[in-house]
Design a protein around this ligand. Structure first.
Ligand code: SF4
Length: 230
């Protein structure tokens, strides 16, 4: 397939839209999560075509870039999305290590659990389908995922973007005149929490610039909350 072919790209998007409709028609409670990066835009656009009441959750960890929060607000307005921020249950004063540093400095897995995974657990308990925009080309963990697979707390994960790649995302955004995250032009290609995000470097995967030097590639949403995850 010519991945830049507009018709093929739209046909792929139509299939995602159809599947989302079929979940809703079957009475399933559907939600999505988003990190509100430029690469999030195609899936958010498809969701806006299906039902603008579908909740779009994100965990406002307290460490996000202000630009990301503003971009989330912008997209909520522009696409009419039902964006819902989640807050960590454990206050930051109780998220310190023995040396009184924030946990991201010494135990980023636990920091991600408290700030990203735990706030989402009640959402999984209350819903049936978690629409998640992971792509196979982003990491080896994601490459091993299936389009549909069980999540924790009785939910099912739906990964409609698994076979998309960064060029397809780029051209879909172009075709639909969708904006880009304001930090992308400054060289940030994978953007999460401020302490764990660097500008892109080298020729490799853009996610290399996350948790640099920490031997960590995932925040837990795509490992701990997959059924059978640790
Ligand atoms: S990405 Fe970094 S700051 Fe954010 S929750 Fe994970 S470890 Fe903590």
């Amino acid at each position: 397939m010519d991945i830049l072919d507009k018709k093929d790209l739209e046909a792929r998007a139509d299939k995602v839209v159809e599947q989302l409709h079929s979940y809703l028609d079957a009475g399933k409670k559907v939600f999505t999560t988003s990190s509100f990066q430029s690469q999030s835009l195609p899936l958010l656009h498809m969701i806006s075509r299906v039902d603008r009441d579908i909740p779009v959750y994100y965990t406002n960890t307290g460490f996000l870039f202000a630009q990301t929060i503003r971009f989330a607000d912008q997209l909520a307005d522009q696409l009419g999305l039902n964006v819902i921020p989640l807050r960590p249950e454990v206050p930051k004063i109780k998220q310190l290590d023995r040396e009184k540093r924030f946990l991201y400095a010494s135990d980023p897995d636990h920091c991600c659990y408290l700030n990203k995974v735990q706030p989402l657990e009640p959402v999984l308990r209350d819903n049936d389908i978690w629409v998640n925009g992971v792509r196979s080309d982003q990491s080896s963990v994601r490459a091993a995922m299936q389009v549909e697979e069980p999540a924790q707390h009785g939910c099912t994960r739906f990964h409609p973007m698994l076979e998309w790649d960064s060029r397809m995302v780029y051209f879909y955004r172009k075709n639909h005149d969708l904006p880009e995250h304001p930090m992308e032009a400054q060289g940030y290609l994978s953007i999460g929490c401020e302490p764990c995000t660097m500008k892109a470097f080298g020729d490799g995967n853009s996610r290399n610039a996350r948790w640099f030097g920490m031997n960590k590639t995932e925040c837990g949403l795509n490992t701990t909350l997959v059924s059978g995850g640790n």
